[in-house]
Design a protein around this ligand. Structure first.
Ligand code: SF4
Length: 171
């Protein structure tokens, strides 16, 4: 784990000005053979929320395939979901085309953030999206927030290393 801490510190220093510069690196990792407590996750995330290099840190983590600990304010599970949603932004193109053509389409819940994001950026109002997908405006708003996060994540990745899918270790 010490090597991992040192590598993390190096990468954060390369990103410049991390909020966790003086924090115990162990705060961001599960103990050997254990899991992070919810309090530990909350404390680590609180530092990340105030960090000027949060997006860069997240991009580095995914680019290097880091599957362990808190990076850029995310748990491993959250990073996997961001990766999945970023991929769906590309895979839902035909669904968006069908909806734009006025065809009735059933949109799976997992595809919803990507579809809502594309329709919103194409100028569709919340009420129109809600009607087309048969969901409430509040659900549209929540899906848009997730789709937008995924789009920012995908854009940051495309500016940096091509990266690879995060590993599958437990959150
Ligand atoms: S986002 Fe979090 S883990 Fe990354 S450099 Fe900032 S404070 Fe450290």
């Amino acid at each position: 784990m010490d090597e991992q801490h040192a590598a993390r510190r190096r990468r954060r220093e390369e990103a410049g000005g991390p909020a966790c510069r003086d924090a115990d690196p162990g705060l961001f990792f599960p103990p050997d053979g254990g899991t992070m407590t919810s309090g530990q996750v909350s404390r680590a995330k609180a530092l990340c929320q105030a960090c000027p290099v949060q997006q860069a840190c997240l991009t580095i983590a995914v680019s290097f395939g880091d599957s362990n600990g808190i990076w850029g304010g995310t748990t491993p599970g959250e990073r996997r979901r961001l990766w999945d949603q970023a991929a769906r932004l590309r895979s839902v193109a035909s669904i968006v085309t069908d909806l734009a053509a006025g065809r009735t389409v059933t949109v799976a819940a997992l595809d919803r953030p990507a579809v809502v994001y594309h329709l919103t950026t194409a100028g569709w109002a919340t009420e129109r999206i809600a009607g087309a997908l048969g969901i409430s405006p509040a659900t549209v708003d929540a899906a848009y927030q997730r789709g937008r996060s995924a789009a920012r994540f995908a854009a940051a990745l495309s500016r940096g290393s091509p990266g690879k899918a995060p590993g599958r270790s437990a959150a």
